[in-house]
Design a binder for this molecule. Sequence first.
Ligand code: PGA
Length: 266
Amino acid sequence: MEIIITKDYHAICQAAARMILEAWRKKRALVLGLPTGKTPLGLYDQLVGLHERGEMDFSDVITFNLDEYLGLDENHPQSFARYMNEHLFRHVNIKKENTHVLSGTPADVEEHCRAYERKIRSVGGIDVQILGIGQDGHIAYDVPSSSLVSRTRLLTLTREVVKTNAPYYEKESDVPRFCLTMGVGTILEAKTVILMASGRDKAAITAKAIEGPVTASVPASALQLHQHVKFVIDEDAASKLKNIDYYRWTAENKPRALEWLSRKPV
Ligand code: PGA
């Protein structure tokens, strides 16, 4: 695991954008897994900036979003499809057919979830999966008790999520109770995973995810089982890590480590 601690929110967004840019320079048809929420907003700004400055071309980039509320169509103001259009897709030259967001109104839920998994496999899997982390340790919408080998499926949202979302809907009966979400097992198959966390309110759960036991009670802890996972977190989100001195020491020594790795026998 690589624990990258930066000064503030802006710096984690810059760092994550740089990682995506580097991956894209190696593979133009980069397959990105993308989250919604507050945390990735600054990252999407950075990606739009890269596009506007001509540093990144999205014409071959393929994306898969993590989740969608069941019952909302793609134009609903609270849908994640709409969020993605507003914050990223309409600002860059990505092809609509290369963007994949689970449908909130599928004809057949189970078949739609299976087809999403097949689609991911058919493009060779996700190269870089970006994640946020929820206060309860969820990644995608895999809330505590989600199996660590779960796949894309229907999930019942927690009471807390339903309560938090309620003010955005006219009637209580309109508030989504379910979503479709990639599973923890789906996420673990991405080649690289980057989890972004910012702020003091994420410090306790970030420490559990990185240093606590691997448990379905903290779905993000499953990332400890991933070979190429990077936690890109700011000072505040890092403030409860016990082993923080070692993570800083590792970062300090990274240039030396890379030098050793690049040495070729003469
Ligand atoms: P946030 O959500 O980025 O809005 O804090 C994170 C998440 O729920 O994954």
